[in-house]
Design a protein around this ligand. Sequence first.
Ligand SMILES: *[C@@H]1O[C@H](CO)[C@@H](O)[C@H](O)[C@H]1NC(C)=O
Ligand SMILES: *[C@@H]1O[C@H](CO)[C@@H](O)[C@H](O)[C@H]1NC(C)=O
Length: 272
Amino acid sequence: MGGTFTAAAAAAALVLVMAGLFGAATANIGDKCSTSADCGAGQWCFDCEPELAGSHCVRSAATNPFQLVNNSLPFNKYAYLTTHNSFAIVGEPSHTGIPRITFDNQEDTVTDQLNNGVRALMLDTYDFKGDVWLCHSSGGKCNDFTAFEPALDTFKEIEAFLSANPSEIVTLILEDYVNAPNGLTNVFNASGLQKYWFPVSKMPQNGQDWPLVSDMVTSNQRLLVFTSARSKQVTEGIAYQWNFMVENNCETLLLSHETLCCSSSLSQVSLL
Ligand SMILES: *[C@@H]1O[C@H](CO)[C@@H](O)[C@H](O)[C@H]1NC(C)=O
Ligand SMILES: *[C@@H]1O[C@H](CO)[C@@H](O)[C@H](O)[C@H]1NC(C)=O
């Protein structure tokens, strides 16, 4: 009896070891896959056409840098995920009644991007229909067929995230074609985002460190906004992007296994 029991136990143990090995054999980031079940925890199976043909395991959420280290360093010491054309979302219904004819860049809604760890959004702002809209257009003009949605809708999603996540900081980088006086300021006011505004006067001018994240959180100044329109730093108190940032073109990193999403113009923006 004893011997049989031992053999049965050994067989059971062997099955467990094999199951364990099998479990450990799941694909890692960058490996080919057919469904998300093939990939490890926190990953999903995604076809990054055309740059990375075929389905591969990719990360589904970014690591939160304030939790990885702590939040007591200057803001410029952290790296975080940024999405390009964050508003150009696949499947966003037409808000103009005219079918859209322009490019999409993202699969997630802005709310999902933020919940998945994105902390900077690149948005293209235009004068349109007497308001400010997010459009994927050209020549500085938004059309019915290049319009995604009123900026107010997206700003409200960002406000909801900042309100629900009082330790998080969000950066907006605007490719800004708004000429209406105070056009952007009105939308920031109307969305409720103004209360989180990090003032230009607190931004370092000569490459010094930024304030500590913990101080930005305590003062509740958790929204950084940069515009491509130089004049707005004086007229509306919106920081001119190139007074505070440098950009490196990182297209060659696109095939790196750490890449989260597909973009033909993946780039890295750093605070000076
Ligand atoms: C936060 O992390 C940094 C880098 O590891 C360390 O130097 C610093 O002492 C930490 N601060 C706190 C308050 O834990
Ligand atoms: C935005 O709101 C603030 C306070 O609520 C107000 O002082 C300011 O005039 C408003 N700005 C605009 C452009 O509406």
